[in-house]
Each structure stands twice: as structure tokens, then as C-alpha cells.
Design a protein. Structure first.
Length: 386
């Protein structure tokens, strides 16, 4: 085995490319039904580390995270539709707020309840997991880097982030059969759904790959990454808080949101989201390459904490649905937008009512925008009770 950086990059890219190519086929869709491609892109480099195919330590791993992560965040946020989110109205946004509040407040609660059985610094794993359950995998990796989550607690968090959301999505789908009964009991305002359908429309963006488009995306990614990393190094460390890494992910998120109000947003039709996820998964593969299977011991207790956490999240949603007279379909859409993310939120929303699919997508985009900031806040709350 060699430690040469080119060798490491080739192996990581081969793993990522093979998984993503397989995921696009019929076999891959069945194979990754319960363990998604993101899990395998993290797990296989970890297995390569354990078996000696990849070195357990290399300065390259940290350099990949430092430079590629902010580039991925910037590119992924180019397509954020802030105006579309605001058009959703107070009830939809109120339900999303309730779901997010359940995650943020639930994080320190489960940290306190399970602290005696969790490994050292487990609060950092819960903080990273909260970012995923508000926004998605990009937010999880951003918070992980910002607060320095150690590998022995990040691996269990990734496994929990794979198992719990799929189990929860199954429950939400099953609950769709009882939405009429719930809405009668809750005296839900069903006219709200028709209003939401009029305010939103599905946006099917056709990607048109061009050399100029790819070059522009690359320029924004590289330039934005360079600027945020350089500025982050000069910003002060917050007392008892986070330092340069946290500033970098915050600056990258802000830059991506700002660019979404400019003509750069049109780069979504040139494949910016696909490139952003490719960059993000490369970072995830490099993180997995530093981990080994001995870190899996904390999974059972963190699974129990995650299940308790989901119950807290559900209680917040039910209370908000009662107060706002929101239909169960909207509560489920808001929940899946956070716990599941943009890929599954429209699916769950559409199962309840087809016209709600774009609502689920917009709520998930809102989670992407806020996930890093609120994940850092939840991590701080966990640190206080640890």
C-alpha cells in the first residue's frame, strides 16, 4: 500500500464513482433501498482503511475536507428558492418551525438522558446528527467539521442517520391511511392545501451540460472555497465555542445563499446540484477513510437516543398541528423535509396529496439553508448539558 496522495484520490474517486453509477441502475435502486449510496460512500473507504487498502492517516484527508467542503456547500445552495419558500405561508412555515424546534430542543434532552452510556464527546455526534435532521447530509458534514466531531462518534451518527430516517419515513407513509380521521379530530383547515397547491408548482429542471457551465460552476466552487477558507483563518475564535472551521462553513453557507439571488442561480440548469453532491460525497469518502470498524460500538445506545429524539420531534409537530389546525399531510411533509431531506420529502408529501410534493421540496430546501446554523446551535446546547 502506498500513501501517495494521487493513489488515495484515485481510490476514493473509484469508490464514489462505482457507487453512484450503480445507484443509477435498476439493480442499484433495489440494493440501496434501505442503505443509501451515501452510506456506502462512507462505509467502503472505512472498510478499505480497516483492510489496509487505504492508509489510516494522511494529511490529504484534512486538506480534502478543508477545501472541498465549502465548495460543495456553495454550489449546493445556488439553487435555493428563497422567494418560493416565503410564498408557502405562515401555516406551512409554522409546521416546519415546530419540526425543527423538536430536533433542536430534543438534542440536549437526549444528550442529558443518555449521557451516562455515551462515549466521550458524543455530544458532537448528536450535534452533527441534528444538522442532518434539520437539513441534510451536507449540513451534517459541515457541522461535523466545524465542531471537530471525532471519528468514533461520527460513525455511529452516520449509521443512526441511515436507520432512523428510513424507519420514520415508513411510519409517516403508514400514517397516510389515517389522515382523514386525524383531520376530522383535529378540525384541520383543509382549504389550506388547495391554497398551497396554487402557490407552488413543481419545478422540473432539465440539466444541459456545457463546457462553459461546468467551468463557471468550478470557478464559483474554487473561488468561493478559497475566499471562505482564507477569511475564516483570520476571524476570532468564539470563547468556549468554535474556531476557523466553524467560520468557514458559516461563510460558505451565507455565500451560497447570497449567490442564489444572483444570475448564478441559473447554473442549476447546468448541473450545479449534481456537481455539488459529487464534491460532498468525495468529502464523505475522505472522512470514511480515516475511520475503522472498531468505532461501531456506540451504535446501539445512539439508536435508542435517536428513537427518543424522534418521539420528541413528533410531539412538537402534533402540538403545532393542533394549534394551527394543520392537516396531517402538512405535518408529515414538514417532518420528512427535515428528517429525510430534499430527496424524500416530495415523495412523502405526494403520497398524502400529490399537489403537496413541491411544498415538501421547498420545506426541505429551507432545512438545507438553516441546517448548518441551527445544527451548530443544537451542538452548543448539547455541550452545555454534557
Amino acid at each position: 500500500m502506498t500513501r501517495h496522495p494521487v493513489y488515495i484520490i484515485i481510490v476514493l474517486l473509484l469508490i464514489e464513482g462505482a457507487i453512484l453509477s450503480l445507484a443509477d441502475g435498476a439493480v442499484g435502486k433495489k440494493l440501496f433501498k434501505f442503505l443509501p449510496s451515501m452510506f456506502w460512500i462512507y462505509f467502503l473507504p472505512m472498510l478499505a482503511n480497516t483492510t489496509g487498502v487505504l492508509p489510516a492517516e494522511s494529511p490529504l484527508y484534512s486538506e480534502i475536507t478543508r477545501w472541498v467542503l465549502p465548495a460543495a456547500l456553495i454550489v449546493l445552495l445556488l439553487s435555493a428558492d428563497i422567494r418560493g419558500i416565503l410564498r408557502l405561508g405562515p401555516t406551512a412555515l409554522g409546521m416546519m418551525t415546530a419540526g425543527v424546534a423538536g430536533i433542536v430542543i430534543g438534542a440536549p434532552i437526549v444528550t442529558l438522558l443518555y449521557r451516562a452510556w455515551l462515549p466521550p464527546e458524543a455530544w458532537k455526534g448528536i450535534g452533527a446528527l441534528s444538522a442532518s435532521w434539520i437539513g441534510g447530509s451536507a449540513n451534517m458534514i459541515a457541522v461535523r467539521e466545524a465542531i471537530g466531531t471525532p471519528d468514533n462518534v461520527f460513525l455511529p451518527a452516520v449509521i443512526v442517520d441511515t436507520i432512523i430516517p428510513y424507519f420514520w419515513m415508513g411510519l409517516l407513509i403508514a400514517a397516510s391511511a389515517y389522515q382523514s380521521s386525524f383531520d376530522r379530530w383535529n378540525k384541520s383547515n383543509l382549504r389550506l392545501l388547495d391554497d398551497l397547491a396554487r402557490r407552488t408548482a413543481a419545478n422540473h429542471t432539465k440539466h444541459k451540460w456545457t463546457i462553459s457551465g461546468v467551468c463557471l460552476i468550478a470557478a464559483l466552487a474554487i473561488g468561493g472555497s478559497f475566499v471562505t477558507v482564507r477569511i475564516g483563518r483570520f476571524l476570532p475564535t468564539v470563547k468556549n465555542g468554535f474556531g476557523a472551521n466553524a467560520w468557514v462553513v458559516i461563510l460558505a453557507t451565507l455565500l451560497g445563499v447570497i449567490l442564489s439571488f444572483t444570475p448564478a442561480r441559473k447554473l442549476e440548469s447546468r448541473g450545479s446540484n449534481s456537481i455539488g453532491f459529487a464534491l460532498l460525497y468525495f468529502v464523505l469518502a475522505s472522512i470514511g477513510a480515516k475511520t475503522n470498524l472498531s468505532h461501531i460500538r456506540a451504535v446501539p445506545i445512539l439508536l435508542a437516543a435517536g428513537a427518543t429524539w424522534i418521539v420528541i420531534h413528533a410531539i412538537f409537530l402534533l402540538i403545532a398541528a393542533r394549534l394551527l389546525r394543520a392537516p396531517l399531510s402538512l405535518a408529515a411533509s414538514a417532518s420528512q423535509a427535515g428528517i429525510g431531506g430534499p430527496a424524500s420529502a416530495p415523495v412523502v408529501a405526494g403520497i398524502y396529496r400529490p399537489q403537496l410534493a413541491p411544498v415538501g421540496l421547498l420545506l426541505a430546501v429551507l432545512g438545507n439553508i438553516l441546517g448548518t446554523f441551527l445544527g451548530l446551535f443544537a451542538a452548543r446546547l448539547c455541550q452545555w448539558v454534557w
